[in-house]
Design a protein around this ligand. Structure first.
Ligand SMILES: O=C(O)C1=C[C@@H](OP(=O)(O)O)[C@@H](O)[C@H](O)C1
Ligand SMILES: C=C(OP(=O)(O)O)C(=O)O
Length: 739
């Protein structure tokens, strides 16, 4: 069928109809006519410039309309369809704005025998407690969602036309099935309205209601604003979506009864459970849907860095808590018995994703608040089935470690991540877990989403890892806590041993001889006080700044210098850097020190291969050091860098070449010839470590360096910019909004 859109007829010129008409008229979508039983409203529509023309009869408008929008109460839909039917042309598109869709479909079936292919139901998720055409607001739908619910029999061009009409108002158009729409709306719109009406009505009946309302503060006002909505409309909505609404009321009543019981019994964990989960959900669930962030510090716009050369690097700085250790502290704290307190927790996107995953599995977690987190452990067997897929954003550590833990649970689960994580290899953990008896299905190509079946009895594993990976080792160690018998894992090279050290803190006995780790499933994990050192991977960028900036003298305080992590210190020292460790101590089984760096010229070296697996995440910084050294630096066996948040070898090669540095790459071997950085535009490929490495390189460049897509810095180091500025570097942020 072909459609032209010249004339739009809006039937019902209230707030929604009027706002749509006004927006379409102003955007010149077509000639906008309206019909309303209330002739005064119609006249007002003309007077206010909301519509081009008022139709004196329904027949007049319908006969010439290309699109008819029913903006009438849902209950009136059938009567209006009946009234327009005799005058309709074959290819006139009909849509509506009702907040329930099942009944609109039934109305269309009863009038037309079947739903016409040109009838495309719609529902703008926008409104206001105001009503009438006088309140018409052309911005009402701008950046709001409009759901259209076409049927299989709907004409695709008609669907597209209705979508385009809404897009003219600035709305974001989504498609959904009819029953799904009614189910979702019952929960997200209808129930809250009913609660607001009921709360105000209940309070108003109280004897001292005047007093109550006089002192009603912001909370009451926010929560009950919608109780001023149109009563007739809500009466109609309740009847139109009765079954779904009753379901939601039952669901809610059950939740409220549980909360009541918790309050009555002064059950603190249960109460805090509800409050912290709800707070987290309110703040964070939207991340998955709208691309907003877990952390307040994360920017949702596009972040670009501008770096000017020069600046000094001096003084004492602190960088945030270790990311790897933060993940592990939450995981083990969650399955321990009793309350675990964490200090120094990293409040970054990756570690917050792990927190959210455990909240989804029913663990009560307070914080983080200035690095403090309180976890009410549920014990080894206390995790609950999450309500939906566990979303872990950009974080492979969360995903691979969780695979091990989830493989041993009594419920099914699904792990999903963002676009970057969705490309990263997961078979490396899925395959050995399957050997233990787990049922894990990765998506095509061995990538996320990952579906994990519950209720599998795991057996112990005896595994020689083909690949050096702390994430795989840790995922297996977590699964081994639930397996029957003693597991033995042998590493091909040293990788970070934070899991082993953290398990020991929680009272688990591990035996370690060389590269071999043995673990017996424990009865229980003890609750703990965990203090997390600063992250050496974040410190690395300021160590680098100190190493390449003339006259620098900088100390980064209380950094974790675990030998299975601190390869960068050895590599830079071999290149001639002046690095010393001061005030060495230990925090929860992890060696810690202040790292002092003073400028000294660097020379190129061949990096010993045994240092590669203990400095994996630091290679972007090491590449920059090599580019600043005199002579050639040769690096071998770094193929794993290709499987990080970006292909870090390619990203570094491209950026260094842009900055005039000679670099050659042969598979997983790289050779860099030191030189002078020129300015330029660098693509970070949305990889936090690439962005931060080039930001430091930029401080030594001959002209300005601009680094694109720096948002993901928030995955590991949200305060990077502030710390860099404090240290004396000239890095500035430009933030542009993306709609
Ligand atoms: O276990 C961990 O916390 C990590 C291990 C490393 O990954 P692999 O295990 O893939 O080498 C590292 O690159 C990652 O940033 C964090
Ligand atoms: C590779 C990294 O993290 P993950 O693997 O957890 O995404 C990293 O932080 O550099």
């Amino acid at each position: 069928m072909s459609f032209s859109v010249n004339r739009v007829l809006v039937i019902g010129l209230g707030l929604i109809g009027g706002s749509l008409a006004k927006a379409l008229k102003n955007k010149r979508f077509g000639y906008i006519q309206a019909y309303d039983r209330d002739s005064e409203e119609l006249q007002q529509g003309v007077d206010l410039g909301v519509i081009d023309e008022a139709c004196s009869s329904l027949e007049d408008g319908v006969k010439t309309a290309d699109i008819i929008v029913l903006a009438v109460p849902v209950k009136a839909t059938e009567a209006v369809l009946k009234a327009i039917q005799p005058h309709l042309r074959e290819n006139t598109i009909i849509t509506d704005v009702g907040s329930t869709k099942g009944n609109v479909i039934s109305a269309a079936k009863s009038v037309f025998g079947q739903v016409p292919p040109t009838f495309i139901p719609g529902h703008p998720i926008a409104g206001s407690e105001k009503s009438g055409v006088a309140a018409a607001d052309e911005q009402l739908f701008y950046k709001h969602k409009v759901i259209i619910t076409p049927l299989e029999s709907s004409d695709p061009i008609a669907t597209q036309t209705v979508a385009r009409m809404w897009q003219f108002t600035g709305a974001e158009v989504l498609q959904m099935g009819v029953s799904r729409h009614d189910e979702v709306l019952a929960a997200t719109s209808h129930l809250p309205h009913i609660l607001a009406f009921s709360l105000v009505d209940t309070l108003a009946k109280e004897q001292d209601s005047t007093e109550i309302f006089r002192y009603a503060a912001g909370g009451f006002r926010d929560f009950t604003r919608i109780a001023a909505s149109d009563p007739t409309m809500w009466h109609d909505v309740c009847l139109a979506n009765k079954a779904e609404i009753l379901n939601q009321i039952d669901n809610f009543s059950q939740g409220l009864a549980q909360l009541r019981e918790a309050i009555e019994n002064e059950n603190t964990p249960a109460m805090l459970g509800v409050f912290t989960r709800a707070k987290a959900a309110r703040e964070h669930f939207s991340k998955m849907l709208s691309g907003t962030a877990y952390s307040q510090k994360h920017h949702t716009g596009r972040v670009t860095f501008h770096v000017r050369s020069g600046g000094i690097v001096n003084g004492h700085i602190r960088v945030p808590g270790d990311k790897s250790i933060s993940h592990r502290a939450v995981m083990l704290g969650a399955i321990a018995d009793g309350v675990t307190h964490i200090n120094g927790f990293l409040e970054s996107e990756d570690s917050l994703a792990t927190v959210q995953a455990f909240r989804d599995m029913g663990v009560v977690i307070e914080g983080p608040h200035v690095g403090r987190v309180k976890i009410y452990g549920v014990g080894l067997h206390g995790l609950c089935a999450p309500p939906g897929p566990l979303y872990v954003g950009n974080s492979a550590t969360s995903m691979r470690l969780l695979c091990g833990l989830l493989a041993a649970q009594s419920f099914d689960s699904c792990l999903v991540g963002d676009a970057s994580l969705s490309k990263r290899p997961m078979d490396r953990i899925a395959i050995p877990l399957r050997n233990m008896g787990a049922e894990i299905v990765t998506s095509e190509g061995g990538v996320p989403p990952i579906n994990i079946k519950g209720k599998r009895r795991l057996s112990a594993i005896n595994y020689e890892m083909p690949l050096a990976s702390a994430q795989v080792k840790s995922g297996l160690l977590l699964a081994a806590l639930y397996a029957k018998g003693e597991s033995v894992i042998v590493e091909p090279a040293v990788t970070r041993d934070h899991t082993e050290r953290m398990m020991a803190q929680f009272g688990i006995t591990l035996q370690q001889t060389g590269s071999r780790i043995q673990v017996q499933p424990p009865q229980r994990l003890l609750n703990r006080q965990i203090d997390i050192p600063a992250d050496i991977s974040s410190a690395a960028f300021f160590i680098l700044a100190g190493v390449i900036t003339p006259d620098s003298d900088i100390t980064i305080e209380r950094v974790g210098v675990n030998p299975s992590r601190a390869g960068i210190l050895e590599i830079l020292s071999l290149m001639g850097a002046d690095i010393s460790l001061e005030n060495p101590t230990e925090l929860c089984g992890e060696p810690v020190a202040d790292i002092r760096v003073r400028y000294a010229p660097l020379q190129g070296i061949t990096i010993p291969e045994h240092l590669v697996s203990i400095s994996m995440d630091e290679f972007p910084a090491i590449f920059i050091a090599a580019a600043s050294a005199s002579g050639k630096t040769k690096i071998h066996g770094i193929g794993e860098l290709r499987y990080k948040e970006s292909d870090r070898i390619e990203a570094m090669m491209e950026g260094l070449q842009r900055m005039g540095i000679e670099i050659s790459v042969d598979n997983d071997n790289v050779e860099i010839t030191g030189g002078r950085f020129s300015g330029g535009r660098i693509q970070s490929y949305e990889d936090h470590r690439i962005a931060m490495a080039f930001a430091i390189a930029g401080t030594q460049a001959s002209s300005e360096v601009v680094i694109e897509a720096c948002n993901q810095i928030a995955t590991s180091f949200p305060e990077f910019l502030e710390v860099a500025q404090k240290a004396g570097l000239r890095i500035h942020k430009e933030e542009t909004n993306v709609s």
